[in-house]
Design a protein around this ligand. Structure first.
Ligand code: ASP
Ligand code: MG
Length: 406
């Protein structure tokens, strides 16, 4: 069998007719070199946002089934246009929706998980020298309803097809050159990373790095499918996200991520007795609200303060729930603060090495950045700070851990 490459292109990569033509040239080149190519596309840049606005202008909380039926349509436009652009170049090509192909998911609309991918038709096409172009982001339930995979979900479609086809390479084309040590828009000294382990990429994606959808990294890691992140605008080798190899460096800190879309909730003066944390967080998670960082203070006079963060969009709902909990627990005031940012440093070299946290905290202290909350995992340390200090903190830590050096 020939070399089989899955290429996924993001929204900005196919954001205009000129871009679609440029991407078609890239696909044509790969194909002419004798590779089998399967293409996965996002909607043209901004299209999905527009569709979401349309839905919300009819119904603020649209029916999940109809919402997915609508917001999945952007991808259908780009794949058909791309198949035309390839055909124009003398390359056989057919577009497919997830429905036509049979990309089965569970029925959690807007957050669906892929369960099964049928690639029979794709294999037939490839054997005829054709280039199939598939809608990213979409799936279908067992019962035949259209689902979507969450924002940025085309990455996951790309990886899932690469796995199902046992592809030699999974390339994800975007508008940046690859994965950087931190967001170059925040820190101009950010450097392109040549190779990074799945484990580190998982931590970076789950703490704010937006280059790959978290689910796509989980899927790739579980199935050991390396991903090469590349720019469709600029030539280069990009970043290889893969299983940790013995030959791979183990930097103490590989990357720094940050987010500013969480809010901090504090419930004051709750009794310091067994079961209180469960009573506070139980109703929050029952309402499908994800809790991130949690801190319980040392108690004074048998009372304690309990603080945790949630996504900003869930904050007012969480506050209402907390107010009820507070009444039943005999607790005090609820405070909501959405003026915060969370900064995380991630690196496999952190494992078993002491002193990393203190180095992080010293660097923040030197820059007069106050830490509001701290949380750690084996290869990650996160701090919550004031939002207006986000940029300063990222730059300070990037310098402190010398991420701009080779
Ligand atoms: N078009 C979808 C979005 O904007 C999926 C994707 O681009 O990956 O989120
Ligand atoms: Mg994306």
């Amino acid at each position: 069998m020939e070399n089989l490459i899955v290429q996924k292109y993001g929204g900005t990569s196919v954001g205009s007719f000129e871009r679609i033509e440029a991407v078609a040239d890239n696909i044509a080149n790969t194909h002419k070199k004798g590779n089998d190519v399967v293409v996965v596309l996002s909607a043209m840049a901004g299209e999905t946002d527009k569709l979401i606005q349309l839905a919300k202008s009819i119904q603020p909380e649209p029916e999940p089934r109809e919402y997915d039926a609508l917001i999945s349509t952007g991808e259908q436009i780009s794949v058909a246009l791309m198949a035309m652009a390839l055909t124009k170049r003398g390359i056989k090509s057919k577009s497919y929706t997830a429905y036509q192909l049979g990309i089965k998911t569970n029925d959690r609309h807007s957050q669906a998980r892929i369960l099964e991918v049928n690639v029979d038709r794709l294999k037939d096409d490839l054997s005829e020298g054709s280039v199939p172009v598939i809608t990213g982001f979409q799936g279908m339930t067992e019962g035949g309803d259209i689902t979507t995979l969450g924002r940025g979900g085309s990455d996951t479609t790309g990886v899932a097809l690469a796995v199902a086809l046992n592809a030699n390479q999974c390339e994800i084309y975007t508008d940046v050159e690859g994965v950087f040590t931190t967001d170059p828009r925040i820190c101009p000294k950010a450097k392109l990373i040549e190779r990074i382990s799945f484990e580190e990429m998982l931590e970076l994606s789950s703490t704010g790095a937006k280059v790959l959808q978290l689910r796509s990294v989980e899927y790739a890691s579980k199935n050991n499918m390396p991903i090469r992140v590349l720019s469709s605008f600029k030539e280069g080798n990009g970043t290889l996200v893969c299983e940790e190899g013995n030959d791979m460096e183990k930097p103490v800190v590989s990357g720094i991520s940050s987010i500013d879309n969480e809010a901090k909730l504090t419930i004051r003066g709750v009794p310091d007795i067994p079961g209180v944390a469960a009573k506070i967080l139980g109703p929050i998670s029952d309402s499908d609200i994800d809790v991130d960082v949690i801190v319980q203070n040392i108690s004074a006079e048998n009372n304690t303060d309990f603080t945790f963060t949630v996504k900003q969009e869930d904050a007012s709902r969480a506050k209402e729930i907390l107010e009820n909990t507070s009444k039943s627990l005999g607790g005090g005031l609820i405070e909501l603060d959405d003026d915060i940012a969370k900064i995380s440093i991630v690196g496999r070299g952190m494992r078993g090495q002491s002193g990393i946290a203190s180095k992080m905290f010293e660097s923040l202290a030197d820059n007069e950045i106050n830490i509001l909350m701290i949380t750690t995992s084996e290869i990650k340390i996160s701090v919550v700070i004031r939002k207006d200090l986000q940029e300063k903190a990222v730059n300070a830590l990037h310098n402190a851990f010398e991420l701009d050096k080779d």
